[in-house]
Design a protein around this ligand. Structure first.
Ligand code: AHG
Ligand code: MN
Ligand code: MN
Ligand code: MN
Length: 335
């Protein structure tokens, strides 16, 4: 019988049964994230009414001015994971170094680490435009029972066990993958429950939207400049439509539903672009690939990059498979 109005809780239980030998730890972890997401969502929604907008006053390790909501979201996700003692370590865009969680008995018994961008699209907070949260989950590589080390976090994206994002948009959605496709859940704010609204999401193979910050055009590599001109050319199904929100989660979410490409390339000002490999590119790449799309740095698969630093950046090309292939063609030829 076709199930209607299935909640995230029901979905998790059903899918956990598909892995009879799993301990349920990952399911509990996803449940913790969904709780933190609801708390952050509540805060985002009343942002115009209380003193939560604007600058926090500090600068983060990325050299960015932190917004109050960056700090609030960071603390909420971290605190929720600490309270539930569900992971052994957390790394975040907003923290200089990773956090070790050893548990109340100091036994470091948990096996997962979480890496996250607690609030994606900070520049859109004050103007009431969609923002998001991104998370990425790995199994630790060092032995259980010992404190986590940097090695546990510096794993290539192809080792991710799960990844997801929350989009605080016109409605709030949680979209995630555990490596068996991508499913999207919409929050019913009156009930506080997430309902499966977008089962088995698929990235269209072709699309007609290109998303990039064209204001940086003069600094872009030749291949990207030529690709932009290609998108604007009047030929076949072109010109494409340009859409750029400036919140990666929202830009990629839209493209995944409608078909499109998102590019944040390297530039003459930033050799690896802006987006963080561990907190932004890898989790989005995992989701995009699981939905049938493609994610590269313009030449190579994002998820095969061996990270060297927690906060390292990478150029990011992701979206509809045929569009990414075309952009890569331009990169190979001109850059
Ligand atoms: P964050 O708010 O987590 O620092 O990420 C911002 C990112 C991303 O969401 C977006 O795609 C990009 O920065 C926008 O950057 P530009 O303003 O340079 O286009
Ligand atoms: Mn930031
Ligand atoms: Mn971000
Ligand atoms: Mn952020």
């Amino acid at each position: 019988m076709v199930k209607k109005n299935q909640t995230l809780g029901e979905f998790i239980i059903e899918n956990q049964q598909a892995f009879p030998y799993s301990s349920g730890e990952l399911s509990r972890l996803i449940r913790s994230l969904r709780l933190a997401a609801k708390v952050v969502n509540h805060e985002v929604n009343k942002a115009g009414l209380v003193d939560i907008l604007g600058l926090h006053g500090d600068t983060n390790i990325q050299g960015e001015d932190q917004q109050k909501l960056d700090v609030y979201a960071n603390e909420t996700f971290i605190q929720t994971l600490i309270n539930r003692e569900i992971v052994c370590g957390i790394a975040s865009e907003e923290n200089d170094d990773f956090i070790t969680i050893s548990g109340k008995n100091n036994d470091n018994k948990n096996k997962y680490v979480v890496l996250m961008d607690p609030l994606d699209g900070s520049s859109n907070i004050d103007v009431n435009v969609s923002v998001g949260t991104i998370f990425s989950i790995y199994r630790r590589v060092t032995p259980i029972g010992t404190p986590v080390t940097k090695e546990d976090f510096l794993q290539p994206g192809n080792q991710q066990v799960a990844a997801g994002y929350i989009i605080y948009g016109t409605s709030t959605m949680l979209v995630y993958t555990t490596g068996c496709g991508v499913n999207g859940f919409t929050l019913n704010p009156a009930l506080g429950s997430w309902y499966l609204s977008h089962p088995d999401m698929k990235f269209p193979e072709n699309g007609s939207i290109y998303s990039m910050n064209e204001g940086n055009y003069v600094h872009f590599p030749e291949g990207v400049k030529k690709y932009i001109k290609y998108c604007q050319e009047e030929k076949e199904d072109r010109p494409y439509t340009s859409r750029y929100i400036g919140s990666m989660v929202s830009d990629i979410h839209r493209n995944m539903i409608k078909g499109g490409i998102f590019i944040y390339p390297k530039s003459s000002k930033a050799n690896n672009g802006k987006l963080r490999l561990l907190y932004e590119c890898n989790p989005m790449a995992f989701i995009v690939e699981q939905a049938g799309g493609k994610a590269t740095d313009g030449f190579n698969r994002i998820m095969d990059i061996q990270p060297k630093e927690l906060h390292e950046r990478a150029p990011f090309f992701c979206g509809s498979k045929n569009m990414v292939n075309k952009a890569e063609e331009f990169m190979r030829k001109y850059s």
